[in-house]
Unconditional design. Sequence first.
Length: 212
Amino acid sequence: MPALTIDFFHDVVCCWCFNVSSRMRSLATAFDLDIRHRTFVLQASTAEMAERWGSPDCARETILGHWSACRQASDEPLRIDIDAMRAAPFDYPHGLTAALGCKAAERLGGQDAHWDMFDRLQRAHLSGAGNVADPALVLATARDAGFEAVAFADIFDDPATRTAVEADRHHARRLQVRSIPALVVRETGARLVNGTAEDLAAQIRTALRAVA
């Protein structure tokens, strides 16, 4: 059995999640953690983006301000290409399409496939200035990940996949998760505070002592 099981709530368009995901990959191996991936869509449509940010230009500039802070805190800052996203010829994307892609991968290949798809889509978005609200980008990313195109597209379009995304949101509400990235230790209910790999490791050690 794993030492701890941690629910990781995230959104592909969340730059802070980009930083945390790579750190949790190394920590999962070091501490024998079972990371369970939970989608948490910040905005699910163009209309929700407009309601939240007021205008596409305001959304882009405000969010890229967050990218700047994330880049300063990143272990790999050169992978966050702010200038490319500022010049991208589309409005800043919502996160639902990418979440459906991650859940489709999970339904076909389990948690490891979800994590791989999440990281690939984040790289496409934050490093490649890709529009992750475009289904064509998500389907192309799935093909690059090794999924059979028709099988993946069928699961991606299956209403049960959207239901699975909604189930993650309901689970977040039950746990009173209101922001991401969120890392919840199932055994204790503790929330790991976003920080460096060393900060996260210290919190994991504390959780391990609590369940020993």
